[in-house]
Design a protein around this ligand. Structure first.
Ligand code: KIV
Length: 276
């Protein structure tokens, strides 16, 4: 597959929906990994606040700060030449008041994101509307919203009753009306995701929401087999990089301990290169 040549822009996602082309999204947290996924042709790199769990080792996403998100957003933006970079607004960076949300979203955009993602429905409509009005594209996020993990009673599937499914559909429509350019649907029944996808003009991006969404997102550390904690059951693993790193580290330790690395020849070669 050829490497991508043009930059994915926000309107391109809606155009993909209209053409019936699936949208591909993975999370990214650093420049090197972002660069690799970008070269492979991913449409969107989401700097997810999941970094709190898979990179920083926290139990949930709640302790991720805006400064951390800005730093990682800049790193991802430096690696992404083609993909649209979307950055998560972390917990408490948009819930307090609209003015603060605007300032904080602005920092992520100045850090290199082209758009921000916020979690929730009716409670974030004013924030979404204001951000869109001043030119900051917003991605919504409904269903399992990890920043509400305590209220939800854990990381568990959402919208399991017909009332809660109807409520989610109403919230998706309100977000669309507020101007969001797409909505992540996390851990909801596949049939509900199908309904939301059919009733909205903006694309839906599913995670644990079945095959009917306009696109799919996964946490890259889960799908590449890097994260060593438990991985949600809906994740498909395309690699086992964690095992490869274990093996490579063991081989390195063995080589150093037994004197197989560096060899005298390698040492001389590196001296020769240094003196060039
Ligand atoms: O933080 C994250 O990685 C996310 C995705 C799971 C959608 O929000």
């Amino acid at each position: 597959m050829d490497e991508p040549k043009t930059r994915v822009r926000v309107p391109a996602l809606k155009e993909k929906k209209l053409r019936g082309e699936k949208i591909t999204v993975l999370t990214a947290y650093d420049c090197t990994m972002a660069g690799l996924m970008d070269r492979a042709g991913i449409d969107v790199l989401l700097v997810g606040d999941s970094l709190g769990m898979v990179v920083l080792g926290h139990e949930d996403t709640l302790s991720v700060t805006l400064d951390t998100m800005v730093e990682h957003t800049s790193a991802v933006a430096r690696g992404a030449r083609h993909a649209l970079v979307v950055s998560d607004m972390p917990f408490l960076s948009y819930q307090v008041d609209v003015g603060e949300a605007v300032r904080n979203a602005g920092r992520l955009i100045q850090g290199g994101a082209a758009a921000v993602k916020i979690e929730g429905g009716s409670s974030v409509i004013d924030v979404a509307r204001r951000l869109v009005a001043i030119g900051i594209p917003v991605m919504g996020h409904l269903g399992l919203t990890p920043q509400s993990v305590h209220q939800l009673g854990g990381f568990r599937p959402q919208a399991q009753t017909s009332e809660s499914a109807d409520q989610l559909l109403r919230e998706a429509k309100s977000l669309e009306e507020a101007g969001v350019f797409s909505i992540v649907l996390e851990s909801i029944p596949s049939e509900l995701a199908k309904r939301v996808t059919a009733e909205l003009a903006v694309p839906t991006i599913g995670i644990g929401a079945g095959p009917h969404c306009d696109g799919q997102v996964l946490v890259s550390y889960d799908t590449f087999g890097l994260f060593q904690g438990s991985v949600p059951p809906f994740v498909k693993q395309y690699a086992q990089l964690g095992d490869q790193i274990l093996e490579a580290t063991r081989a390195y330790i063995e080589d150093v301990r037994t004197g197989r690395f560096p060899t005298v020849e390698e040492d001389q070669e590196s001296d020769r290169k240094k003196s060039r």
